[in-house]
Design a protein around this ligand. Structure first.
Ligand SMILES: [Zn+2]
Length: 111
């Protein structure tokens, strides 16, 4: 379950910058092609957040669709899963977005 390691690194990154703050909301972007399960991250966030500045914080996750370009026909298209096919039927595609995880915003107030 690599979501736990991912979630811990997210919490570490926030704790490093927000140690004097009480975090109320964390906004995460988890691309649909990232292979990361948002529900698992939610679960790990509650567990791993215990005793840190994100304890009790709400997690807002957005899941942008992936994007790719086709090397066969040159089309740019939306990819819904990691085994993306171009609408032309080619599997020779380059994934250009929606395959990462990032913190988009953190809402916090002073303790
Ligand atoms: Zn194509």
């Amino acid at each position: 379950m690599h979501e736990l390691a991912i979630t811990e690194s997210v919490i570490d990154a926030i704790s490093g910058q927000m140690s004097e703050m009480r975090v109320s909301v964390v906004h995460l972007e988890i691309g649909r092609l990232s292979g990361v399960l948002p529900d698992a991250v939610r679960f790990c966030f509650e567990l791993a957040g215990e005793g840190t500045c994100v304890a009790g914080a709400r997690l807002e996750i957005s899941e942008p669709a992936g994007t790719g370009t086709c090397r066969a026909c040159g089309a740019a298209f939306t990819a819904r899963d990691p085994l993306a096919l171009c609408p032309c039927g080619s599997a020779d595609v380059t994934i250009t977005g929606g395959d990462g995880l990032r913190i988009t915003a953190v809402e916090a107030g002073h303790v």
